[in-house]
Design a protein around this ligand. Sequence first.
Ligand code: SAJ
Length: 470
Amino acid sequence: MSEVVHSRSVTRRQSGILSGSVNDLKTRLKSGDLRVAVVGLGRIGLPTAAVFADGGASVTGIDIRREVVEATNSGKCSFTDEPGLPELVRRNVGRRRLRATFDPADAIESADFVIICVPTPIDQAKAPDYSAVMAAAKTTGASLRKGGIVIVESTIGPGIAEEMILPIIEEKSGMKVGVDFGLASCPERSDPGNIVANMRSVPRIVGSTAPKCTELVAALYESALGVKVIKASNPKTANAIKLTENLYRDVNIALANEFALLFEEFGIDTVEVIKACATKYNFMPHYPGTGVGGPCLPSNSYYLIVEGLKAGNIPYLIRLAREINDRMPDHVVELVSEALNDVGKTVRGSKVAVLGVAYKPGVKDIQLSPVERVVGRLASMGASISLYDPMFIGENVFGIPVCRSLEEASRDADCVVVGTAHKEFETLDLRRLAKSTSKKAAFVDARNVADPKEAAGLGFSYRGVGRKFV
Ligand code: SAJ
């Protein structure tokens, strides 16, 4: 790099990315000179750091967990259920594009972009817990350099960026947004279990407090990740877009669950109905089941509900959808009780084998998994529980050791419950299962992976969510 360009880019870096142009950004990305700090190396933060490093940036990840920092710096990654991520971390640590630290200042003071990817769970009262985001804002503000840009990828309520995060960064840095630093919301839109591919394909939403900042952040995601970027009017709009897509899903799943509860009474196969509806161009199929789990859908609604209530607007539908989805695990317990009664048994004293504990197929994650409530209720009603989940073999989940095989879990079981539709269960061998369970056994398919007629034909007392043919 010639002296002139070098001195110009050093001065540019000294004066920060905000004062540079989109071309400067692209030049510096190409030369490996663009610095990105990622706050939080969890299921979103670590892949974010890795894809930006792989895209040419010099990335430093920050995490308060020493073991995560050490593992990352030795090229290791615990998210073995994220295809492509372990290799990406190993490769980019290997070529010194990615490193981790638990000293935030070390990473932030030289960063052009600081990306905040910390969790935003809900608390016992179902209120959003923004403490990690606020702490990240403080840490960032304390070391942010002039001309740096802060990007919030964590899912937050509309207005939280402008009204809570911005003042903290201004107060901690002594700088002014839009003048001395930039602030943007670019909510993550990645599907756990498929995050790396999503981060390189799903368009991103960017909304910031200043058009120049929006331009630069958009250029960062386009150039480094190769994705399309939709520019939103401001951070609160970007956050509203993220919540809208997740709440749209939660409400539609609630509708599918409501249809299931109705059609069970009419002896109609809800899965047959939804599959047929899905042949219509504008019908987006969602399926009933054990309930809605994970770090996103069960909590995201409350970010909007809380802001709505503050504004004197009660989001009835969104709230009701949460209630319907939260009731599904109890409905599964009712189906288990009914199905056992049909073979002259009760929950008390029965062995119930639960297949699948993860909140959704293909992930090693039990955050807010609806299966936990099913297991807890059945155990409290006096059933003995055995668990099998291919993602947790040999581990303890919900305080119960996970069996090494489906056979081991279902041996002499009075009832088998499918809690999660892992791939392995889509080809469940019901004939073999019937041989390992007790003679008169129930089969409750809470994820409708198996054929009801085959199950009933094999002598199981069968129930599915939205499929009750008695
Ligand atoms: N579920 C159903 N029926 C369905 C679909 C899902 O009961 O028809 C259940 C799943 O079993 C699971 C829960 O809902 O328990 C959530 O499933 P999900 O597929 O929505 O998975 P998440 O929560 O891991 O990912 C969602 C995704 N959001 C949308 O698809 C709108 C993902 O794209 C987001 O990035 C993610 O939330 C997030 O991080 O916000």
